[in-house]
Write a protein that binds this ligand. Structure first.
Ligand SMILES: Cc1ncc(COP(=O)(O)O)c(C=O)c1O
Length: 390
């Protein structure tokens, strides 16, 4: 797939090797153009104007909601726009108030840990196997206590493990446990169908899937959403307001107080249409291929430790590694001197780093615009790290 040409960043920075899409993706020209078009030609607030431009903006905003719903196969879900996945999880943690404990996994991002610590007293953790896949026996033991909700990342942003979400959600539901699926690293990279996976809540973030920053989505099963209280109050979410009391609109409007990121929503729709045109299945196969080739090359390196399972069916296009002879920050710095952007650190997963007994890892993450030439560059940069530190 030679699609770098669609991404202006690679023209602005020739020979730039971008391997940090798990942090944020680059943006194709069509997404950038969509934002510009909104502000140049369509700008008006939604849900309030009686003039045509405002009505058209409202229609475009609501059409984007429908598009995202069909993209996710989310007929039985309400689609709610938020700022990012973090805000989405905070929304669920604040509004889903059924008493009981919360079950998380060792793979969770801080965004799926801290909101629960802020709102709940009891949190249990599902452990990992030796190969850093989720220990499903441990999951079953933890489910015996019938936790209220399982917060599950679909794909680990830190080490790339893909959780068997459908199987896990079935097991959780058998215990009467609801599931929040964090799709931040899966929705951009594989075909997701909510009818099939059946989580109660799904969150994801637009900027990791070619969209702009400042836009995210929470999908909540309609039968749950209709009973949740508002999360924030203000304009655009009310039916009636008096000094004595206010009444609220039904979901999704109930959860979208104030003027939303209208341009962000429209640009997210454009990003999804771009991804669909290429095909999510094709993107997943492409990343699987890059993962396999890169993993096999790195495996041969002396003093290099790889994290996560080796099986490409269980591992996304994210490769985390450490070197015996260089700190991850030093690795990233040498890579940067070769014009290669990778991430080094705890990846917002400090509890996972503690379980792995490392303070940090170096992380390569692929997306649709990467190709085999990027793997060659990784191997050259690694030689430079070796020359410098070994
Ligand atoms: C698995 C996972 N969950 C949640 C998030 C939070 O995303 P955001 O910062 O866009 O809210 C990230 C971002 O790195 C992530 O990788």
């Amino acid at each position: 797939m030679n699609i770098k040409k669609d991404f202006p960043i690679f023209k602005t920075h020739p020979n730039f090797c971008y391997l940090d899409s798990a942090a944020t993706s680059q943006k194709p020209q069509v997404v950038i153009d969509r934002i510009k078009k909104f502000y140049e030609e369509e700008n008006a607030n939604i849900h309030r104007g009686i003039y045509r431009l405002s009505e058209q903006a409202t229609e475009a905003y609501e059409q984007a909601r429908s598009k995202i719903s069909s993209f996710l196969g989310a007929k039985n879900y309400d689609i709610i726009f938020v700022r990012n996945a973090t805000e989405g999880i905070n929304l669920v943690a604040r509004t889903f108030q059924e008493p009981g404990s919360i079950l998380l996994t060792e793979l969770e991002h801080h965004a799926n840990i801290v909101p629960w610590q802020l709102t709940r007293k009891k949190i249990e953790i599902v452990k990992l196997n030796e190969d850093q896949t989720l220990n499903l026996e441990n999951l079953l033991i933890k489910l015996e206590a019938k936790p209220t909700l399982l917060g599950l990342t679909h794909i680990s942003n830190a080490i790339g493990t893909i959780n068997p979400a459908k199987e896990i959600i079935e097991k959780a539901h058998a215990s009467g446990t609801k599931v929040l699926l964090d799709g931040s690293q899966s929705v951009p990279h594989m075909k997701i169908n909510l009818e099939d996976l059946n989580p109660d809540f799904l969150v994801f973030t637009g900027h990791k899937m070619l969209g702009p920053t400042g836009i995210g989505v929470v999908a909540i099963k309609k039968e749950i959403a209709k009973n949740l209280p508002p999360y924030q109050g203000g304009g655009d979410m009310i039916q009636e307001v008096s000094w004595e009391k206010s009444t609220y609109l039904p979901s999704p409007a109930r959860f979208e107080a104030g003027t939303p990121n209208i341009a962000g929503v429209l640009a997210l729709q454009t990003a999804i249409e771009y991804l669909e045109k290429i095909g999510l299945e094709k993107i997943r196969e492409h990343e699987k291929d890059l993962f396999r080739k890169c993993w096999n090359a790195l495996k041969k390196e002396e003093g290099l430790t790889l994290f996560g399972p080796e099986d490409p069916e269980k591992h996304a296009g994210i490769i985390s590694f450490t070197l015996d002879y260089a700190h991850p920050h030093d690795i990233a710095q040498i890579f940067d001197s070769e014009n290669i952007a990778i991430r080094a650190g705890h990846h917002c997963c400090q509890p996972l780093m503690n379980s792995l007994s490392v303070p940090a890892t170096a992380r390569i993450s692929f997306y649709l615009y990467n190709d085999e030439s990027d793997i060659e560059k990784i191997l050259i940069a690694l030689q430079k790290v070796k020359q410098t530190f070994k």
